[in-house]
Ligand binder design. Structure first.
Ligand code: FAD
Length: 370
């Protein structure tokens, strides 16, 4: 088939690689001028490991494995340690892999067929889906017809808006914002990550082998702020954290000054179905579970693989194939989306009592391991 994939994130790259390996001709569009690599290190976990093995990139991913600050500790207003935990115990499987975003994206791009038609700074201007194909107008002024369009353009998907309707119908804000940025060179090996909690707010300074990362989750009603305007983001963070101590204000200033600043709301995409006719969604466009799930990358990888497998196994029956893709992917999505509220409550306790309960649980956990 002749297929258009919109968005060269994890899901779009996984779909493209897996479709190409089954003989399909793929055009891949990316609205950004280059592959986007900013963000925190990511986990490839659970069954996604078997999937990247099937895609032939497990060894490369394992070779690039990192260990984020294995020990992390919560500190009080003066920076004194309250309780700690080891991130090693949060894995699904002992062989779960943590990898930096630039490394994962480099490996996925390297797995594309040589000469792949990958067009940067280009997206869909409009598309008209018919029974026999989809007519697409691109922002580079060209037009073409495809047998299938795969929307892999993330939680704010334009493909979804054009074909399925407005974002507000599908994307649910979870009442939490996230800011994250690399703020300096890596600290010496063994330096623990540090976190500070206040009711509804968490600030962290985390260590990865390539950078120190400052990050925060905070609870808030929906804000009217331009996520891409560092000055506006700084104003929001300063206001939200106005009463906080430790190194919170210093970290906010360093985050906002970083070119790698990422600021967004935590939302989930929930849709009754992921395809209409010859247009199908994969990854966050279809089913964002929120960064707090820690499973978005794995879901992006599995969705691309399941889609390509289902098409291969249902020759001449696209509707059947798209239904089968959804049947395989849904259980993974449901599990990831269900787990998010618990993760919010653990990471961003809402009240002073919840903060105290979190510390008590961590101390108990520490004592049980002593
Ligand atoms: C800060 C942060 C930390 C995270 N941590 C983890 C983690 O630890 N573990 C984990 O599993 N997941 C994590 N995630 C989630 C994970 O990165 C995503 O869920 C996953 O990458 C899903 O990929 P995607 O390809 O569907 O969407 P995205 O990664 O959003 O990619 C979409 C791509 O489409 C492009 N695009 C957007 N609009 C258009 C358009 N109109 N036309 C063409 N291209 C377009 C974008 O530029 C982007 O390249 C995190 C996410 C964030 C933001």
């Amino acid at each position: 088939m002749k297929i258009l994939v919109v968005g060269a994130g994890v899901a779009g790259l996984s779909a493209t690689i897996n479709l190409q390996r089954r003989g399909h001709a793929v055009t891949l569009l990316e609205v950004a001028p280059e592959i986007r690599t900013s963000g925190s290190p990511i986990d490839v976990r659970g069954d996604a490991l078997d999937m990247v093995r099937e895609m032939g990139i497990l060894d490369e991913i394992r070779a690039a494995e990192i260990r984020m600050s294995v020990d992390s500790e919560f500190v009080d207003d003066h920076g004194n340690r309250i309780a700690g935990f080891s991130t090693e115990h949060s894995h699904d499987r002992p062989d779960d892999i943590e990898i930096t975003r630039p490394d994962l994206m480099r490996i996925l791009v390297g797995a594309l067929e040589p000469g792949t038609d990958l067009r940067f700074a280009t997206t869909v201007a409009d598309l008209a889906a018919g029974a026999d194909g989809v007519h697409v107008s691109l922002t580079d002024g060209t037009e073409d017809d495809f047998d299938l369009v795969v929307g892999a353009d993330g939680v704010h998907s334009r493909t979804r808006s054009i074909v399925f309707g407005p974002e507000a119908d599908y994307v649910r804000f979870l009442g939490v914002y996230l800011a994250l940025a690399p703020v300096g060179p890596p600290a010496p090996e063994g330096t623990p990550g540090r976190m500070h909690l206040a009711p509804g707010r968490m600030m962290a300074l985390l260590q990865s082998p390539d950078a120190e990362l400052a990050g925060t989750y905070f609870r808030s009603p929906k804000l009217d702020v331009d996520h891409h305007d560092p000055a506006a983001v700084r104003g929001v963070l300063r206001q939200v954290f106005r009463d906080d101590v430790w190194r919170v204000h210093e970290l906010i200033d360093r985050m906002v000054a970083s070119p790698g600043l990422f600021f967004d709301e935590c939302s989930q995409t929930r849709m009754p179905r992921w395809s209409v006719g010859r247009v199908v969604l994969v990854g966050d466009a279809a089913h964002c579970a929120a960064p707090l799930s820690g499973r978005g990358t794995s879901l992006g990888i599995s969705g691309g693989l399941f889609l390509a497998q289902a098409i291969e196994e249902n020759p001449g029956d696209l509707a059947g194939a798209l239904a089968e893709y959804e049947r395989r992917q849904r259980p993974y999505v449901d599990r990831a989306q269900r787990g998010v509220q618990g993760s919010i409550d653990r990471n961003v306790p809402a009240t002073a009592d919840d903060v105290a309960a979190r510390y008590a649980a961590l101390r108990q956990y520490e004592a049980s391991r002593a």
